[in-house]
Write a protein that binds this ligand. Structure first.
Ligand SMILES: [Zn+2]
Length: 88
């Protein structure tokens, strides 16, 4: 994941960015672009109707890179709950 303020890479274990000192909000560090990228990859994986183990592992890595939470992933999988994305 990366800092929402200066985009420096941050360990998920840190509470503050080592570069700029911004508080790390794990749920809100993903930018709209990150979420859009994740969603397009997720939809690509879902084209065959399922997410296999390799794809699930890749998505987990992407979530860590983007700072996306699992609940965000669930929201993306359930279009009826897209309202949660509008506020971001
Ligand atoms: Zn920072």
């Amino acid at each position: 994941m990366k800092c929402g303020n200066c985009s420096s890479p941050i360990s998920v274990n840190l509470k503050f960015c080592a570069e700029c000192g911004t508080k790390v909000e794990i749920k809100s560090t993903a930018s709209e672009q990150d979420i859009a990228n994740y969603k397009s990859i997720l939809l690509e994986f879902l084209k065959d109707g399922k997410i296999d183990e390799d794809e699930a592992a890749e998505l987990a890595d992407l979530r860590e890179d983007f700072g996306l939470s699992v609940s965000m992933h669930d929201d993306l999988l359930n279009p009826g709950r897209d309202y949660a994305l509008v506020d971001l």
